[in-house]
Design a protein around this ligand. Structure first.
Ligand code: PH2
Ligand code: MG
Ligand code: MG
Length: 148
């Protein structure tokens, strides 16, 4: 199944953390596409530094909970501390969409409930998969257009 994963970092050494997270994703999963790295203004949360953001698409057969655990493991390895919602972070790996799974579980909502309104997710995703459909909201090209 195709997994769309978003990466973000804005404290510590964001460039290095992004590269390490990408390397770990390549090691642990079958990465099929990787976007450029974008510099983006923080959305929500306290005043904080700009982010680096990217999207990675991988092929995986793992159950969603196991894939999520893998992402959390990478975050932990790279020193992620969970202090404040939408606060600054050394690395954030979010599962945006996984195959055609729809889930409203609190531990893992799929597709990601805010993906449709986040340019920092849609723009890099569009770069590597322009025809992509966000299962809950439709064509990402149109969602992105609405945000411009
Ligand atoms: N992540 C957030 C909150 N705000 N803003 C940007 N630009 N990039 C992010 O990755 C980001 C954010 C919560 O995960
Ligand atoms: Mg996030
Ligand atoms: Mg997250």
């Amino acid at each position: 199944m195709k997994a769309v994963i978003s990466l973000g970092a804005n404290i510590g050494n964001p460039e290095e953390q992004m590269q390490l997270a990408i390397a770990m994703l390549c090691e642990a999963t079958d990465v099929v596409a990787l976007s450029s790295i974008y510099t983006t203004k923080p959305v929500g949360g306290p005043e904080q530094p700009n982010y680096l953001n990217a999207i990675c698409i991988t092929e995986s057969d793992l159950p969603a909970a196991d894939l999520l655990a893998l992402l959390h493991g990478i975050e932990k390895t790279l020193g992620r501390e969970r202090i404040e919602r939408w606060g600054p972070r050394t690395i954030d790996l979010d599962l945006i969409q996984y195959g055609t799974i729809l889930s409203s579980a609190q531990e893992l909502e799929l597709p990601h409930p805010r993906a449709h309104e986040r340019k920092f997710v849609l723009e890099p995703w569009f770069e590597i998969e322009p025809d992509a459909i966000l299962l809950t909201h439709g064509k990402i090209s149109e969602l992105l257009e609405q945000l411009q």
